[in-house]
Design a protein around this ligand. Structure first.
Ligand code: NI
Ligand code: MN
Length: 233
């Protein structure tokens, strides 16, 4: 996997930090301080320019409010999720919806479909936070990374391949709440990325899928097994 200077760091579960060649920091799914898989050395967020949110569940945006208060990054997500984060102190949001692309910092971000649910809990109330989504992030050097969010496999991943041709797919494999390795292997056949990075596994006992299972099921796609805190560039 060669990202031509873009740095991709896995912070555990579904949280990734990306650093562009211009030094901008993009974080997707900010669950950091309370993420049991995030290394201690990464729990303090030093800088973030853009925050991408796939859906409202705690294990994805559980630390969004605290990070927003500290850094006021540009927050990207469904309009309903961005609207709720505004009520929690976000001053700089750019809500969007599926099929749309916008330039944020020095990356192009396309919001794509995901099959899942999405809500947040606020003071004992369940808040509707719009639909869940995934993102294709295109960097200035041409590298494209697809973060699937939480989802099962779906046939329209073939459209994501045809239109955006991601080089790298970040796919959940944990099973129970998302795709299993079997579904993720099918997703690889639809997406045909050069490399796949498994995520959203092992955090809780229910998330039983493993990268080893995925490796047995795919061919022609490099399975890159990252460790939390590891950076690839
Ligand atoms: Ni979820
Ligand atoms: Mn999740």
């Amino acid at each position: 996997m060669n990202l031509k200077g873009v740095k991709l760091t896995w912070l555990g579960h579904a949280t990734f930090r990306m650093e562009t060649s211009a030094g901008k920091i993009v974080i997707i799914d900010p669950w950091i301080m309370h993420n049991p898989k995030c290394p201690e050395s990464e729990k303090k967020v030093k800088k973030v320019d853009v925050l991408l949110c796939t859906h409202g569940h705690l294990d994805h945006i559980g630390d969004a409010v605290e990070i927003i208060k500290q850094h006021q990054p540009l927050v990207v997500g469904m309009p309903e999720l961005c609207g709720w984060l505004e009520t929690k102190g976000a001053k700089n949001v750019s809500g969007m919806n599926k099929g749309g692309t916008q330039t944020v910092g020095d990356v192009r971000v396309t919001m794509v479909h995901a099959h899942h649910s999405s809500s947040a809990e606020d003071g004992g109330q369940i808040i509707y936070t719009g639909q869940p989504c995934g993102y294709v992030i295109e960097f200035a050097n041409g590298v494209k990374i697809y973060h699937a969010g939480d989802t099962n496999v779906f046939g329209d991943m073939a459209i994501i391949r045809d239109l955006y041709a991601p080089d790298v797919a970040l796919l959940p494999i944990g099973d129970h709440y998302t795709m299993s390795p079997r579904e993720a292997a099918y997703a690889c056949n639809l997406l045909k990325p050069k490399a796949v990075v498994p995520m959203h596994f092992g955090t809780f006992p229910l998330l039983t899928g493993t990268p080893a299972e995925l490796k047995k099921l795919v061919s022609g796609v490099e399975v890159v097994e990252m460790k939390p805190g590891e950076t690839i560039s």
